[in-house]
Design a binder for this molecule. Structure first.
Ligand SMILES: O=C(O)CCC(=O)C(=O)O
Ligand SMILES: [Fe+2]
Length: 207
């Protein structure tokens, strides 16, 4: 048996103000997380993402795929995204997380970082399709598998940073005003050579 030196335990809000990021700690054991990592590496329809920045088209190193209750579509960063029908393992996890959090999700954006040089830059998940017209908070549940990576939060106005290391099997939930006041990123690191998968369960409002 391998002993983890540090096993994240459930913590309340890790942000000091203007939003809520709840750290649920490890919600799966190591064997389950390993199994899901191998399964998702091989059974999700990974594709490099296309983004348009200042009129230039870029293909990302990171691979993504989007699943949902229906074949939702939206235009984001200049390209059209289309949701795939749920993968069965992903759907099981979605139900598990809905039970833990007590919030429904109808879609999941999955990210694959093959090594530490693949990352995602500063952004907020504040596209109109994620924001309720009825004024409900945006709730995003993020579950990680594989290599431990650092997620950073940066306040949009105050000079404040919060870092959190995300381990395999660890769940965090971004809610409240988080997307309005904070940006987040996954930073690059030369130290990580192994893959990481992150699943972000979201509630999508079709336009
Ligand atoms: O990989 C992660 O943990 C974050 C991914 C992310 O921010 C996103 O998909 O919007
Ligand atoms: Fe994000």
């Amino acid at each position: 048996m391998t002993l983890e030196l540090f096993e994240p335990e459930r913590r309340g809000n890790i942000l000091p103000r203007d939003g809520i990021v709840e750290d649920y700690g490890l919600i799966l054991n190591q064997a389950q997380s390993d199994q899901y990592l191998r399964y998702f590496l091989h059974h999700l329809a990974w594709q490099r993402d296309e983004v348009v920045l200042h009129g230039q088209h870029y293909i990302t190193g990171r691979k993504v795929v989007w699943y949902g209750d229906e074949h939702y579509q939206y235009r984001y960063s200049g390209s059209l995204k289309q949701a795939q029908a749920w993968n069965s393992g992903l759907f099981r996890l979605k139900q598990h997380i809905e039970g833990l959090i007590g919030h429904p999700f109808n879609s999941c954006l999955a990210n694959l970082y093959e090594h530490g040089q693949q990352a995602v830059g500063w952004h907020s998940d504040d596209e109109p399709s994620l924001v309720s017209k009825a004024g409900h908070e945006t709730v995003i549940a993020s579950l990680s598998f594989g290599a431990t990576r650092k997620m950073r939060f940066k306040h949009k106005v105050q000079p404040e940073h919060i870092d959190v290391l995300l381990q395999s099997g660890q769940l965090i939930v971004m809610r409240g005003q988080t997307q309005k006041y904070w940006k987040h990123c996954i930073s690059k690191t030369a130290k990580v050579l192994d893959p990481r998968i992150n699943l972000t369960f979201r509630y999508f409002f079709p336009g």
